[in-house]
Write a protein that binds this ligand. Sequence first.
Ligand SMILES: Cc1cc2nc3c(=O)[nH]c(=O)nc-3n(C[C@H](O)[C@H](O)[C@H](O)COP(=O)(O)O)c2cc1C
Length: 405
Amino acid sequence: MLATLIYRSRLHNALDPSQLTELAQQASLRNTDLNVTGVLLFDGKEFLQVLEGPVTAVNAVYERIRHDERHADVVELLRDFAPNRRFLNQGMVLFDLRIDKPGVVLRSVIKFGTLKYHLACNDRVYKFIRNFVSAPKPKPRVKNVIPDRWRLDTKNSPFENVTVPLLDDQPCQFAFQPIIEPVRGNISSLEALIRGPNGGSPQEYFSTIPSHKLHEADLASKGWALAMARQLGIGNHKIAINLLPMSLVKIPGAVNILLEHITRNKLDPEQVIVEVTEDEVISSYDEFSFAIRQLRAAGIGLAIDDFGSGFAGLSLLAKFQPDKLKIDRSIVTDIHQHGPKQAIVKAIIDCCAEMQITVVAEGVEKVEEWCWLEAAGIERFQGFLFARPVLNGVSAIRWPKRIVK
Ligand SMILES: Cc1cc2nc3c(=O)[nH]c(=O)nc-3n(C[C@H](O)[C@H](O)[C@H](O)COP(=O)(O)O)c2cc1C
């Protein structure tokens, strides 16, 4: 099977034109040995490279290229399969846009390519090349969010790894995890993540409950979450709780029950955010809408959780505009190296800006992920990078601090 891989990257340590020609010649020899073909384009600042060949050979070459210090911000744009090679007998052809005009480069690419002209113009790989050669370049990333300019520090954390004892008869536990605005040094909320009596996962806990009692148990558990939040001394911080959407529909007076839990724990409804996903099919949208209206009327916030995981989708967003949308970790992981994920997140940011919805990125584990997302315009983050969830407690927050050189 023939694999195709396209990436773009940024020149790091200056290469002069003669070095670039030599680099491409060496690459071409190595690629030919491995049966890899392709093209390398350079515009003075950025590279775009197409690699094609057997899957394992393309992966091996790309792994080496990815770690080459002569370029940085290597972002994978496409991994695909093709019936034929596009660049037959071309180990690696270099096109230098500082020397050659865009029209000349595009004509040469087509000439080198093995596809017929009309096919080439509609070919996705050709479109990536055409876009690199002639489209306006995206704005450079914001300067102050370059990964190696930051370090993480727990100084001035309001929660110094506090834990609280369980309450009498408490059937489940909670691990609390902060959602923060790193640049402002602000905590936007704490999320209460449900755990079983032995600290097991939510699935494990809910699997012990008979299905006809599931929604009742779900709603009741929020009372314990709010009680623990109060014990932890959340003060004026917001508290986010997860709720199965159907708990709001199936339990009569669910919103009032939730409001009782809130007032009993001396919290303000406006401090509480209910997070929902579509993992439980919302079979009765009308009743669910009614419950959401009640929640909103009481001042309780609404967030769509795990957006992009397959369970929280566009239909939920179209029907119920939430206050917050939380981008799932599967999209956040390694976003700094992944073009398709970047395109999705940019679209989510634009869409939410138009609807005045706050975007939160979940599952942030690497400084590079945070820097990319922050530069793209996201301000709120949750993840191990800043604070891990702690059973019946909250960990100290690792704030990013700018390194002064
Ligand atoms: C922009 C750019 C493109 C490159 N393209 C290739 C390539 O197509 N094939 C290749 O073998 N090496 C390529 N290299 C060089 C590799 O990164 C690496 O230096 C080379 O494969 C030798 O790897 P090694 O020192 O681990 O053996 C490229 C480097 C850069 C900066």
